[in-house]
Design a protein around this ligand. Structure first.
Ligand SMILES: Cc1cc2nc3c(=O)[nH]c(=O)nc-3n(C[C@H](O)[C@H](O)[C@H](O)COP(=O)(O)OP(=O)(O)OC[C@H]3O[C@@H](n4cnc5c(N)ncnc54)[C@H](O)[C@@H]3O)c2cc1C
Length: 302
């Protein structure tokens, strides 16, 4: 049985969404194919009529600075995300996440958009983009719109966009510019940094047991602002907003770390996964991982 009947290779976003909307049968976008082709071959996804390959859409292969944000096209392979000087300068957590995805062959093919569109709550690129507070640009036949990153997800493996009609064009990662240090005012400079780490079986085997990304802004010995993401801390990519609220404006010391972790544990709904780890095990080990990621981001910002 053929797993698809037609394979289209559009050159623009408009052509891609038209190819999806006007296909004579079920249609889906494909990028690196590292998830989708396995799903089709192994019967986890029913055969489709049309596959629309996004990797020749120029807009979706760009990685560039646009004003106060970094634009990363959804069809950029994760290996390129990991190696680009712009991501190194402005999105270190994403670089670290993309470097840990699979092995080199998969990283050369797998795209950041595919990592996100597959909607796994612990996908590495997804967790880094959650902490970096990215916005997603989504296109359909009506045009393009920008939505908060977390609005892309409806459940484990369930995207909130209709992939038979819509595509993710790319991600806008904010570059935070604080006022420069003002010696006259005697205030500490505000510096930002991020970090991503994961606990995993040998690399290359697929998703991690647990991953965590933190972005923070540091003002002297205080946490001016912070975003914390943990996968899989829920059925969709999880932001530990209660822990963030607790730590904002406070110094990062042992006395504030412990209640921050308590707030994270109270809010997270860790998932049981048959092949990777139980929810109880994840709950048991998250404190060590979170502390490591948080203090690494803190010292990078110092
Ligand atoms: C051996 C192996 C190891 C792996 N290890 C990891 C790992 O360590 N960490 C991790 O996070 N993942 C891992 N993965 C999963 C996978 O490689 C990544 O999620 C990858 O980034 C998917 O990207 P892709 O371009 O190959 O997506 P595809 O397979 O092309 O597509 C995946 C899904 O997204 C849709 N899609 C793709 N692009 C778009 C778009 N722009 N807009 C809308 N829908 C779109 C497709 O229709 C499909 O439903 C691993 C996979 C393999 C095979």
């Amino acid at each position: 049985m053929n797993l698809w009947q037609e394979y289209k290779r559009p050159a623009s976003v408009a052509e891609a969404v038209q190819a999806l909307a006007h296909a004579p049968g079920p249609a889906l976008p494909i990028a690196g194919g590292t998830d989708l082709l396995l799903d089709l071959k192994q019967g986890r996804h029913a055969p489709v009529h049309t596959l629309v390959d996004l990797t020749s859409v120029r807009e979706m292969t760009l990685l560039e600075r646009r004003g106060d944000s970094l634009f990363i096209g959804a069809a950029v392979p994760v290996n390129r995300v990991a190696l680009d000087p712009l991501t190194a300068a402005h999105a270190q957590a994403l670089v670290e996440a993309c470097n840990l995805i699979a092995g080199p062959q998969v990283r050369n093919t797998a795209t950041l958009g595919g990592n996100v569109a597959h909607a796994r709550p612990a996908a590495d690129g997804t967790i880094a983009l959650t902490a970096l507070n990215a916005e997603a640009e989504v296109a359909n036949e009506e045009g393009n719109r920008r939505i908060p990153f977390t609005a892309l997800f409806a459940g484990p493996g369930k995207s909130a966009i209709d992939k038979t009609k819509e595509i993710i064009v790319g991600f806008h990662v904010p570059i935070t510019n604080y006022q420069p240090f003002d010696a006259a005012q005697g205030k500490s400079p505000i510096t930002t940094a991020s970090c991503f780490k994961r606990i995993m079986r040998p690399q290359g085997v697929a998703l991690p047991i647990l991953n965590c990304a933190v972005w923070l802004a540091r003002e002297g010995e205080s946490v001016k602002d912070i975003r914390i993401a943990v996968g899989p801390g829920g059925s969709t990519p999880f932001r530990a907003t209660e822990a963030e609220t607790f730590l904002r404006g406070k110094p990062l010391v042992e006395e504030t770390f412990n209640p921050t972790l308590d707030a994270l544990l109270a809010q997270a709904k860790f998932r049981d996964s048959a092949r990777r780890a139980s929810a109880d095990y994840r709950r048991h080990i998250v404190g060590g991982l979170f502390k490591d990621v948080l203090y690494t981001a803190w010292s990078r910002a110092g």
